[in-house]
Design a protein around this ligand. Structure first.
Ligand code: SAM
Ligand code: SF4
Length: 348
């Protein structure tokens, strides 16, 4: 063999391994998989109190989810986030993490991570760490137990706090995600920043997104983060940061605490140009954009044969339709959510 001859491109060696690139030239390297639409909380911005969940037989089995993830990894997915609903309430969920950890060991996958409400973390933190999970996102909108109960309807703050302790004891890095809710938690942000940074955790604020019917009015909840940032700037010295995770958050460093805060602003700032991600629901529906209705059914090709050929074809066809972006609007004139499905279905 002539060692000076140019190497053939990877896709000529293995057609299934060609990385996924969408029509706008964005490589799709990040997949979020929702493993359940169910949850032990009912956060007011996310769900209505009497949510109807999918019948269990519609869900992909954990083995099918594992196969689906493996198909994406074979096509260049480098980061996998397990989410929901609340991913850690799915029965036997650790078997999926254990199985997926083989892709970390082989080097095919760079990061396996999870977004959780923290309620089950005390039980699972060590096992997650043992499966190669290094960083996790925990959603927490307030440090006040009564307010926490009001926002989540059913949640117990002390359990989440125990979960955070267990996660840190297991060596997991934590990012706290807090949805900014007008008139609810907006007075607490400086305290939350000091608390999170004091424990070595990053904190990211998220704007309410118009996803799915809830009991209240989203226009009442919506708090633009440019206002939050301006208010915080009167209390802290915020320094620009070029820290990037490839995601939609913009980061600033807080001089006084030495920590970072992120702002995810789907409404005031469009983050679609650099989008590298797609989302799969627990029924195997692939959403190419969080803010659009178009989707592809992956469950049928997955179940149609033991080989992944049909599945791969369906994935490639879907990525070829990934839209340029979304156009969420929250206003008092628009009573309907921009997208009918809840975040807990698509996976946050
Ligand atoms: N149950 C897990 C949790 O709460 O972290 C994972 C799923 S949850 C749907 C993922 C993230 O979506 C959470 O941080 C939650 O606060 C956020 N979220 C849910 N509904 C939202 C909405 N309408 N607008 C903005 N963020 C939302
Ligand atoms: Fe459950 Fe997460 Fe939705 Fe809250 S945000 S109801 S914890 S899925």
């Amino acid at each position: 063999m002539n060692i000076h001859a140019p190497k053939p491109p990877t896709q000529m060696l293995n057609p299934a391994a060609a990385p996924l690139v969408d029509p706008f030239g964005r490589a799709i390297t990040y997949v979020r998989v929702s493993v359940t639409d169910r949850c032990d909380f009912r956060c007011v911005y996310c769900m209505s109190e009497d949510m109807h969940f999918l019948p269990k037989q519609d869900l992909l089995t954990l083995e099918e989810l594992d196969r689906l993830c493996a198909a994406f990894i074979a096509r260049g997915t480098r980061k996998l986030r397990i989410t929901g609903g609340e991913p850690l309430v799915r029965r036997n969920i650790m078997s999926l993490f254990r199985s997926l950890s083989r892709h970390l060991e082989s080097g095919a996958l760079e990061e396996l991570t999870v977004t959780t409400n923290g309620s089950q973390l005390a039980k699972y933190a060590q096992e997650l760490a043992d499966c190669g999970v290094r960083r996790i996102n925990v959603s927490l909108d307030t440090l006040d137990a009564d307010k926490f109960r009001a926002i989540t309807r059913w949640g117990d703050l002390s359990k989440v706090m125990d979960g955070l302790d267990a996660a840190q004891a297991a060596g997991l890095q934590i990012k706290i995600n807090a949805v900014a809710l007008a008139g609810v938690n907006d007075g607490e942000f400086p305290d939350m920043i000091r608390w999170a940074h004091g424990r070595g955790m990053d904190l990211t604020f998220i704007e309410v997104m118009p996803l799915g019917e809830i009991d209240g009015q989203r226009a009442d909840q919506y708090l633009p983060l440019n206002k939050v940032q301006a208010d915080l700037a009167s209390e802290f010295s915020l320094e620009g940061s070029d820290y990037q995770t490839g995601g939609p958050a913009r980061y600033v460093r807080v001089k006084e605490t030495g920590g970072r805060i992120g702002f995810i602003t789907p409404l005031t700032h469009n983050f679609c140009e650099s989008c590298n991600r797609v989302r799969v629901t627990c029924t195997g529906t692939l959403y190419m954009c969080l803010g659009q209705e178009d989707a592809a059914d992956l469950r049928t090709p997955l179940r149609a044969s033991e080989s992944n050929d049909l599945l791969n074809e369906a994935i490639v066809r879907a990525i070829a339709r990934k839209p340029k972006g979304h156009d969420f609007i929250i206003s008092r004139d628009t009573q309907q959510p921009a997208v009918g499905r809840h975040m807990s279905v698509t996976g946050g």
